[in-house]
Design a binder for this molecule. Structure first.
Ligand SMILES: [Zn+2]
Length: 87
């Protein structure tokens, strides 16, 4: 699954109307219980992503690695497999 497919659910931005997918990023905050967020880089708004949580199997691995301040940022063109690097 492409990160882009997840981010598309959040376009356009509710706050500023940004609809440029290259200005959205996907963040996983491992120290917040691995909750995934999509961030609009125009207005800095961050959206919780329930569907992303289901889609990303690697999040659970990142949490189990017990690195308390892991923050993973994914660009729209990347695949979910990149989550492996969070270990
Ligand atoms: Zn925005």
């Amino acid at each position: 699954m492409k990160i882009q497919e997840i981010i598309q659910e959040f376009i356009p931005c509710e706050v500023c109307g940004n609809s440029d997918i290259s200005n959205f990023y996907f963040h996983v905050f491992a120290h917040w219980g691995s909750e995934p967020f999509v961030k609009c880089c125009e207005c800095e708004e961050e959206y919780y992503s329930k569907s992303a949580k289901k889609a990303l199997g690697g999040i659970e691995k990142a949490r189990k690695a017990k690195k308390p301040r892991v923050r993973v940022t994914l660009r729209p063109e990347e695949d979910c497999e990149i989550m492996e690097y969070a270990k």
